[in-house]
Design a protein around this ligand. Structure first.
Ligand code: ADP
Ligand code: SR1
Ligand code: MG
Ligand code: MG
Length: 415
């Protein structure tokens, strides 16, 4: 396929591409004759190659002009690559320990060359399916989210800086539209793309489509997603966008990045931890009932929120006399008022996060794109049982989120 200088790479043509691209060749120690190349893309949208030479390694990610997991019948701009590269660079700058470095970006070819996150890193979702504990996960994710969200918000930026960044990312409109469709619309109507564990969940899916209260709530969340330009969000922060070892946490794949509500990222991560939690009974066997692992996931949910709260509000305290124009120091320079301001902001963010967590859970059970947590449960009756419990939890969470004050309140509704 060729359009205006764009061609889809394969393992063979990628070698020529690398040879002709000094910034990539140099990361490979200029040893480009005997490269080991493997396509490892397991996501829904793009092609990803690991490239290894005797003296270096890189990852090449190419966006193609359609949704990979559906095919050419679902076109999608390859310009998403520009937003991914731009967001990766920004997020690496703000959270260098948790985001890979970008070595190269080619807008015409929609190609990003980046740091290879080497084994034993694996995709977090796979670790959660396998029942592996990651003791630093909550700390690292809280740090990534606090840094990337705080420093791109009006709590830190001037309105001039913020508006210009908002304007740049407004152009990622097609990826936002995809989310609007598959997260906030399709699960609540009849859509050719929706699927679920049928026939077991047929009436559950129908109940979602007929639930008026739920539809009112999801409308509010959709409008927040479209209208609230709070910070540069990752936009697809599920457990398949995080690579982990016991010591390291790396966030990849921010192609959906734009200025949106912070709660969409916090909620995506927490909601996907809850999906992993509800899937555990489907992975239990005689050797491991997964009870201890479920408790670890729940602790990780609590720790993620609590540490995020602590880190985010402490950044805010540090920079309270800084350039951020949302809360001018001359107006809020009063101990009591300052605490009230932070408390209100964080309660709103908490409830947004819960709403988005719920929406992200529901779409993974009755929408187009499902998750390995459930898909790897081969017995459909068991899988449907796990999915139904997750769905009921998420529906309740979306409806009751305004009455929940602490993460402990949320967790008690899951147990
Ligand atoms: P998509 O946008 O299609 O979801 P991802 O960016 O999530 O693509 O990448 C797909 C897979 O490629 C990931 O699940 C991971 O296994 C692998 N991958 C992506 N980026 C890297 C990287 N920098 N280092 C190592 N593996 C990576
Ligand atoms: C067709 S929906 C594909 C999904 O995969 C991406 O990773 C996003 O989560 C998107 O919603
Ligand atoms: Mg991905
Ligand atoms: Mg992606």
């Amino acid at each position: 396929m060729t359009t205006e200088g764009f061609r889809v790479l394969d393992e063979k043509s990628l070698i020529e591409y690398i040879k002709a691209t000094p910034s990539l060749a140099s990361e490979l120690g200029n040893e480009v004759e005997n490269l080991k190349i493997k396509e490892v893309g397991d996501g829904n949208l793009n092609f990803v190659y690991i490239v290894i030479s005797p003296s270096g390694s890189i990852v090449i990610k190419q966006a193609i002009p359609y949704v990979r997991c559906i095919g050419e019948s679902w076109p999608l701009t390859k310009e998403r690559s520009y937003f991914e590269a731009t967001a990766l660079k920004r997020q690496h700058g703000l959270s260098p320990k948790h985001v890979p470095e970008v070595y190269h970006f080619d807008r015409t070819m929609s190609v990003i060359g980046m740091q290879y996150i080497e084994p034993p890193h694996i995709i977090l979702r796979k670790g959660l399916v396998a029942g592996v504990e990651y003791p630093l996960l909550a700390e690292h994710m809280a740090e990534f989210m606090a840094n990337t969200l705080f420093y791109t918000s009006l709590l830190y930026l001037t309105t001039t800086q913020h508006k210009s960044a908002v304007a740049e990312f407004c152009a990622n409109v097609e990826l936002c539209r995809l989310t609007e469709q598959v997260v906030f619309s399709d699960p609540y109507k009849v859509s050719e793309f929706n699927r679920w564990t049928s026939p077991y969940l047929d009436s559950d899916a129908e109940a979602v489509r007929n639930d008026k209260v739920l539809k009112l709530e999801v409308a509010e969340l959709k409008s927040k997603f479209c209208e609230k330009t709070q910070a540069l969000i990752h936009g697809d922060l599920h457990t398949g966008s995080v690579m982990v070892t016991h010591e390291s946490t790396q966030v990849i794949d921010p192609e959906f990045a734009f200025y949106g509500p912070m709660g969409f990222d916090v909620g995506a991560f927490i909601g996907n931890l809850f999906l992993a939690y509800f899937a555990q009974d489907g992975h239990a066997d005689q050797g491991n009932d997964r009870k201890a692992y479920k408790a670890w996931i729940i602790d990780t949910v609590a720790e993620t929120w609590n540490l995020f709260y602590k880190k985010f509000t402490s950044l805010w305290d540090i920079h309270k006399e800084g350039p951020g124009e949302a809360y001018l120091h001359e107006i809020y320079n009063d101990v009591e008022l300052w605490e009230l301001v932070k408390q209100k902001y964080m309660v709103d963010l908490f409830r947004d996060s819960l709403g988005f967590a719920a929406a992200k859970m529901i779409r993974r059970i009755v929408g187009v794109a499902h998750v390995e947590d459930f898909e790897s449960i081969t017995d459909p009756v068991k899988r449907a049982d796990c999915e139904r419990r997750a769905l009921d939890f998420a529906k309740n969470l979306m409806k009751k989120r305004r009455t929940l004050n602490t993460i402990t309140d949320v967790i008690s509704t899951a147990l």
